[in-house]
Design a protein. Structure first.
Length: 182
């Protein structure tokens, strides 16, 4: 029996930004910042490398897009460590917004609808986005206008303030919309 291969594309590897240092720097003239933070002005790369080597440090290209490129005199290993710490800090400060889903149907009983309403209000009060899907089965697919009315009735039931992020749009087997808390 053959094993089926997944058709999902492989994730692209994240390319870490590498900073050029010492002889890797290609620009002929750079703007130099010293080890203690003072600016030493524009100078040729060879002269800047000599200044860095005199202090047993490295010349690191910090801003290659600038004209002329900005370089600092630092210890390369320590600089890489600080950069990874900054990336980790930025990653931890990112707010990840979850999209919670609620599925309802045209023939749902009132108690079930109230339960789904409570779920949606709980998600909205916690700050999550809520995707409301109204699933149509069989002959119900011919009643899209009735489905839109049912969706609007469900939204009218909600007591927590919300904003519509995505208007009602059609899916293959129903309609959906996304709401967010105000």
């Amino acid at each position: 029996m053959r094993r089926r291969r997944s058709r999902r594309p492989k994730p692209k590897p994240q390319i870490k930004q590498k900073f050029r240092h010492n002889e890797q720097i290609t620009a002929p003239v750079i703007f130099l910042i010293g080890a203690d933070g003072e600016s030493l002005g524009e100078m040729p790369v060879s002269q800047a490398i000599e200044i860095a080597r005199a202090d047993d440090l490295d010349l690191i290209e910090v801003s290659p897009q600038a004209n002329p490129p900005v370089c600092k005199i630092l210890e390369y290993g320590k600089f890489q460590y600080q950069q990874t710490k900054k990336e980790q800090q930025a990653k931890s400060n990112q707010k990840k917004v979850d999209i919670k889903g609620i599925r309802i149907g045209l023939r749902v009983d009132t108690h079930d609808l109230l339960f789904k309403k409570d779920q949606a209000e709980k998600f909205l009060s916690k700050g999550h986005k809520v995707k409301i899907e109204l699933i149509l089965r069989g002959r119900e697919k011919a009643m899209r206008d009735r489905a839109k009315e049912a969706m609007k009735e469900f939204l009218a039931m909600l007591t927590v303030p919300y904003k519509v992020e995505e208007e009602i749009k059609g899916m293959r087997n129903g309609i959906s919309m996304v709401i967010i808390p105000e």
